[in-house]
Design a protein around this ligand. Structure first.
Ligand code: HEC
Length: 140
């Protein structure tokens, strides 16, 4: 294959996009730790009586089922964090158990980064989460 300038430019652009996406997700991870993990993190494990909110992996599971592509996933999560609207909830059982999520003071831009990070899926899961999903929802 002949390596031409447009070809090199294309490779460069593809690499740059990967780096940008990586950046967004690593910033998102940091922001998630700051704004969300105190409630959605590992504390309490899979014992819902010990938790204050569902694990973030459970939130991802419910949202990805309804919003499988990144754009609609990020929009849905961002809308929720901006305004907790019970009518748009995908986790009514969690609202009954924990009460509705309180408003969180975080910018829209930062929430979008957090949502991209959650979408990418490299997130914390309490031990036993995967087994729980298989038991509760089947392994389809
Ligand atoms: C003070 C505790 C707390 C913090 C901090 C918190 N949440 Fe929540 N969140 C909850 C609780 C409790 C629920 C379950 C009840 C509900 O769905 O409203 C929940 C549910 C959710 C849901 C599912 C909503 C639904 O019902 O469909 C999303 C999405 C979510 N949180 C995202 C986030 C994100 C992103 C952050 C960080 C910016 C965050 N939360 C920070 C307590 C919290």
């Amino acid at each position: 294959m002949k390596i031409t300038a447009p070809f090199l430019l294309l490779i460069f652009m593809l690499l740059q996009q990967t780096v940008l996406a990586d950046n967004e997700e690593s910033q998102g991870k940091h922001l998630y730790k700051t704004f969300c993990s105190s409630c959605h993190g590992l504390g309490g494990g899979m014992d819902m009586g010990q938790r204050v909110a569902p694990p973030i992996a459970a939130v991802r599971f419910h949202y990805i089922g309804v919003y499988p592509d990144k754009t609609s996933f990020v929009t849905a999560i961002t809308n929720w964090v901006e305004k907790q609207d019970e009518n748009k909830s995908l986790m009514r059982g969690a609202i009954r158990r924990f009460n509705i999520m309180p408003p969180i003071s975080v910018s829209k831009q930062d929430t979008q980064k957090i949502a991209s990070y959650i979408y990418a899926g490299d997130i914390e899961k309490p031990p036993g989460f995967d087994e729980h999903v298989k038991e509760m929802h089947g392994s389809h």
